[in-house]
Design a protein around this ligand. Structure first.
Ligand code: ADP
Ligand code: MG
Length: 274
C-alpha cells in the first residue's frame, strides 16, 4: 500500500507520519451535516491518530457535537464517508464507545448506577442472554475504576453532575472499545472528577486505545492531549499539539472571541505567538 503521508514541520525540524486511513481509529471524508438550510458541519475531513488522545476544539455552536453524532450515525449526514480502523463504520460499531454531552441526557430516566453500567455490556453479551455474576463483577470493576463503587444502587438522577459523568465513563469502559468518543467529559465537573476522568482516559491510551474528546478548556489542551482538531463549521486545522495548537490556528477558529490576554496564558505549540 502507499507510504504514510509525512507531515513536515520544517521550521522546527519535526517530521511526523500521519496515520494511513486504514490505521486511523476514525477517519472522516467530506462530511456535511445540516439541521436546516445552513450546514452545521461543512465538508469536513479528519484523520484521528491511533494510540493517542485527541481534543476537538472550537467555539460554542461550531459543530463539535454534531460532528461526532453524525460520524456515529446518531444524526444523518448530507454527505461524507466515515471509517473506523479502515472499515465502514457500520461494520465496526462494536469497537466504539460514545459518551454524549451530559446536558443532552435525560437524567429522570429511572435506572440505578449499576443498570447504566450493565447497559454497556449488552452489546457484548447480547440483549437476550442472561447477565451472570461475572457480568455484574465486570460492571462493579468499571465503577471501581472511576471511583463510584459505593454508589451501585443509587438512582442515576440523584447523583451530582460529576458523579453522573463518572458513571457514563464506567459504562463506556464496560464496552471494552478500541475507540472512545467523549463529548465534553469535563464540563461542569469538580476538580476531583476531572482528575479521575483524565487518569482513566490516560490509562486507556496506555492500553493502546484511541481517545477523542470534545474539549472546551483551552488551558488544559497541552497538558491532556497529544493531538488537536480545530473546527468552526469547517475544519480549521488538525495535528500534534506542538504544531497545530497555535495562536494563528486559535484565531482562525475563535476569531475575535479569544482575547490576546487569554492566549498568553495558554501553553501553545511551537507555532504559537512569540
Ligand atoms: P457545539 O457542540 O460545537 O457547541 P453543536 O454541534 O451542538 O455545536 O451545534 C452546531 C450548530 O447546530 C449550532 O448552531 C446549533 O444551534 C445547531 N444545532 C445543534 N443541534 C441542533 C438541532 N437538534 N436542531 C437544530 N439545530 C441544531
Ligand atoms: Mg457540543
Amino acid at each position: 500500500m502507499t507510504d504514510p503521508v509525512l507531515t513536515l514541520a520544517a521550521d522546527h525540524g519535526l517530521t511526523r507520519a500521519a496515520p494511513a486511513p486504514g490505521d486511523s481509529p476514525l477517519a472522516i471524508r467530506g462530511m456535511t451535516v445540516s439541521y436546516g438550510e445552513k450546514p452545521a458541519v461543512f465538508s469536513v475531513d479528519a484523520t484521528f491518530p491511533p494510540h493517542a488522545m485527541t481534543a476537538i476544539i472550537g467555539p460554542n455552536g461550531a459543530g463539535k457535537s454534531t460532528m461526532l453524532k453524525a460520524a456515529l450515525g446518531v444524526i444523518p449526514r448530507l454527505s461524507g464517508e466515515v471509517t473506523v480502523f479502515g472499515r465502514p463504520i457500520g461494520k465496526a460499531r462494536d469497537r466504539i464507545a460514545y459518551v454524549p454531552q451530559r446536558a443532552s441526557v435525560d437524567w429522570d430516566f429511572p435506572a440505578t448506577v449499576i443498570d447504566v453500567v450493565l447497559m454497556g455490556l449488552y452489546r457484548r453479551v447480547g440483549l437476550l442472554k442472561r447477565l451472570t455474576g461475572a457480568h455484574l463483577a465486570a460492571a462493579r470493576d468499571c465503577l471501581d475504576r472511576v471511583g463510584m463503587a459505593d454508589f451501585t444502587d443509587r438512582q442515576i438522577g440523584q447523583l451530582s453532575g460529576g458523579q453522573q459523568q463518572r458513571v457514563f465513563l464506567a459504562r463506556a469502559l464496560a464496552q471494552e472499545a478500541d475507540l472512545y468518543l467523549l463529548d465534553e467529559p469535563f464540563a461542569g465537573v469538580d476538580a476531583a472528577t476531572e482528575r479521575a476522568i483524565i487518569d482513566v482516559l490516560k490509562a486507556l491510551k496506555a492500553e493502546g486505545r484511541a481517545v477523542v474528546c470534545v474539549h472546551h478548556d483551552l488551558a488544559t489542551v497541552a497538558r491532556y492531549f497529544d493531538h488537536v482538531f480545530l473546527i468552526n463549521v469547517r475544519r480549521i486545522a488538525e495535528g500534534p499539539v506542538a504544531t497545530a495548537f497555535t495562536a494563528a490556528n486559535l484565531h482562525a477558529t475563535y476569531g475575535g472571541r479569544l482575547a490576546t490576554a487569554h492566549l498568553d496564558q495558554l501553553d501553545l505549540g511551537l507555532g504559537g505567538a512569540s
